[in-house]
Design a protein around this ligand. Structure first.
Ligand code: IVH
Length: 685
């Protein structure tokens, strides 16, 4: 059969997209810009929509295709996924080398040193060059089928660059870059969920999301470090071969001819690892030659030809100067140790969380104690133990401070503290507690919310102290005169803040929902809620209509939304029925807050504005500049007021003056309003 034009074009587009993926993810050397990439993707999506018979499972459009599932089926590994025995110091690394030389009966063994990536071990199966199945390690023999989620990871090729016949099992580490890890934790804190202690847990959470669309949002990546089914005779040749096939390998590897070279590599990375943008918790040392590996074999669940050197936990000793209690957005009281400043792994630590009263009791930590602190999984500082231990050792008891008690009154508002039977948390019961409202307002104006630049902690404090702002909605009622009256405010700064607050009345719906601070509802759920609501609202709804639509949604209906389960639906309903929240919502309505709806069907991940900074100049005819900016924001972009090197796109209407010149000078892409509308229309499709 002669291939149709559409068929030919589909094949060509896929090849170009795959090539661009390879250059971007594997070589770190993109050759086309994101606009061009998105245009190819959109054309392919269009063609496949028109010709569904041309859709294939490994088309780049199908990465997020798999439906959400309620559980992951079991997958038996062809060869067990082994773990590594650990070495914690130089002597143990030398002992490993001595054992290997002895067993092989010669001294020139030769090793490969790799970073031990802090993520999750994954097995990828390729059959005839196509990705067919991906599994977690599980218990080493049977893992979980997470194929659908792994397909969303762009650094995992759906087809290899060579059509290698038969089955290949590729192994490696799926991980979250540090920036994505931090973002995940920020979101969890916003939802009052405990943050992940380390990147491994966060990666495992993301890989095991029930809905691939959620995994896709996480920015996971993969480094490959082993493979079965390839004809190679050494570990370093294996890495080169898998790289050839289009799989991503970590660049920080080195062949070491002897144990001294291994130790030198370890010493280098002990400090340099802090400069990486992903987490590593050690160095894996592997006997290079495959023939030697076979001779060495494995004992129980670990190969004898490899060892993991673990970086020492980053701990330090310091003194507890005070134990204070902080009050969060939902009123939960958290004891925090204030420490004499101390360096841990390159960062000065001044505070460590003590989590809750139960933890303080367990540690029996008191003011004045010397304590060992550590960055758990290198991230959140915590108190490990009191040193010397507070348990009596038979000698004279040292004089110590009093045991810590939770305050009976809120340290901020003196309101009653509640503790429900069976719960760990203690909460301030006062709904008007300034700590709660202060944090709430801070959340409200933050980047994920109304994004009001210049309204920060100090200003909020002052506004609260003067009784000008008692809940977020009051911000919109502030007058220029009231602002001018504040400390350190002059005519111009007062006018600026006033204008920014007024301009913020128009915001994308997802941000407005996020700004409300509904328990359990973070940024991404808010965006999903907004998309869901948009299909149930008239074109230009008022905020009152939005709240009305939310209120009339049953808990069951809410649960059809991405990321909304029973608990979240309940939290939303509770919020909507809470008397003080109703007052706060009414205030936003009467202040004239206007929601901008997300474009239906648009996933911000796929929008041409995602992560881009757009500047408008000149007169727009089709919509107001504010609307255009809000649309760009709702599609994941940023709207800026002036052109700089960071600008990605300038939309110029007639009369665009200096900004246009500047854009030309900096080589920033400029389009007219019509082209901008075409870009929007492409997303709206
Ligand atoms: S080799 C038999 N290489 O560390 C070989 N593992 O306990 C087994 N890991 O489960 C693994 N980076 O998740 C190897 N460059 C690397 C690694 C690595 C991280 C993890 C892997 C494994 C664990 C070993």
């Amino acid at each position: 059969m002669v291939p149709s034009d559409a068929q030919r074009r589909v094949v060509e587009l896929r090849a170009r997209i795959e090539k661009a993926n390879y250059q971007y993810h594997m070589l770190d050397a993109p050759t086309i810009d994101d606009f061009a990439y998105d245009a190819l993707m959109r054309e392919l999506q269009d063609l496949e929509a028109k010709h569904p018979e041309l859709v294939e499972p490994d088309s780049p459009t199908q990465r997020v295709g798999a439906p959400a599932s309620s559980r992951f089926g079991p997958i038996e590994h062809l060869n067990p996924m082994l773990s590594l025995s650990n070495a914690f110091d130089e002597a143990e690394v030398r002992a490993f080398d001595a054992r290997s030389r002895k067993a092989l009966g010669r001294d020139d063994v030769g090793y490969v040193c790799e970073l031990k990536i802090d993520g999750l071990a994954i097995n990828l199966t390729y059959v005839d060059g196509r990705f067919t199945q991906g599994a977690t390690r599980g218990d080493g023999s049977v893992g979980e089928d997470v194929t659908g989620n792994l397909r969303t990871i762009k650094s995992i090729p759906l087809t290899l660059r060579e059509k290698v016949g038969g089955r290949i099992d590729v192994r490696g580490e799926v991980y979250l870059p540090t920036a994505a890890f931090d973002a995940t934790n920020r979101e969890r804190l916003e939802r009052d969920e405990p943050p992940f202690a380390n990147p491994r847990n966060a990666a495992a959470g993301a890989v095991r999301q029930l809905d691939p669309a959620q995994t896709a949002k996480r920015n996971l990546a993969m480094w490959v470090y082993s493979a079965a089914g390839l004809a190679v005779d050494s570990q370093h040749a294996l890495l080169a071969r898998v790289r050839e096939l289009g799989l991503r390998t970590n660049p920080n590897v080195r062949q070491a001819r002897d144990v001294d070279a291994v130790l030198a590599f370890i010493a280098e990375w002990e400090t340099t690892r802090h400069d990486l943008d992903y987490g590593t918790d050690g160095i894996v040392v592997k006997v290079d030659r495959v023939a030697d590996q076979e001779v060495l074999g494995s004992v129980s669940r670990s190969p004898r030809w490899a060892i993991a050197y673990k970086f020492p936990a980053e701990q330090a000793m310091t003194t507890v100067e005070d134990i204070k209690v902080s009050v969060g957005r939902t009123g939960v009281l958290t004891p925090v140790a204030w420490l004499a400043p101390v360096l841990v792994g390159g960062t000065t630590v001044r505070r460590a969380t003590l989590h809750n009263l139960a933890e303080v009791r367990r540690l029996d930590v008191r003011v004045g104690d010397r304590v060992v602190i550590q960055r758990a999984g290198d991230v959140i500082p915590e108190v490990v133990r009191v040193d010397p231990p507070p348990v009596e050792t038979g000698k004279r008891k040292p004089r110590r401070g009093r045991p810590f008690e939770m305050p009976e009154a809120c340290p901020v508002c003196a309101g009653a503290v509640e503790h429900r039977e069976g719960e760990v948390a203690y909460r301030c019961a006062n709904p008007a507690c300034p700590a709660k409202t202060g944090q709430r307002i801070g959340h409200f104006v933050s980047r994920g919310g109304f994004d009001i630049e210049g309204v920060g902690g100090a200003l909020i404090d002052q506004l609260q102290t003067r009784g000008l702002v008692n809940d977020p909605g009051d911000l919109f009622l502030l007058t220029k005169e009231q602002l001018l009256d504040l400390d350190r405010f002059a005519e111009k700064s007062a006018a600026n803040i006033y204008d920014r607050i007024q301009a913020a009345k128009r915001r994308p719906l997802g941000r407005i929902i996020n700004a409300l601070g509904i328990a359990q509802v973070g940024w991404s759920t808010s965006e999903d809620l907004a998309v869901w609501l948009a299909s149930r609202l008239p074109a230009d709804p008022t905020l009152a209509q939005v709240f009305e639509a939310l209120r009339s949604a049953s808990a069951d209906a809410l649960q059809t939304i991405n990321g909304v389960g029973e608990k979240v639906a309940e939290a939303i309903r509770a919020f909507l029925n809470d008397a003080s929240e109703i007052t706060a919502m009414d205030k936003l309505v009467s202040a004239g807050v206007v929601p901008v709806l997300p474009v239906p069907g648009a996933l911000s991940a796929a929008s041409p504005f995602t992560g881009r900074t757009v500047v408008f100049t000149g007169t727009l005819e089709r919509r107001t500049r504010e609307d255009a900016e809000a649309l760009v924001r709702s599609l994941g972009g940023k709207a800026a007021g002036s052109v700089s090197a960071k600008t990605d796109l300038v939309v110029a209407g007639p009369g665009g003056g200096s900004k246009l010149d500047q854009a030309k000078q900096l080589g920033v892409k400029v389009v007219d309003e019509e082209a901008f509308e075409a870009m929007l229309a492409a997303v709206q499709r």
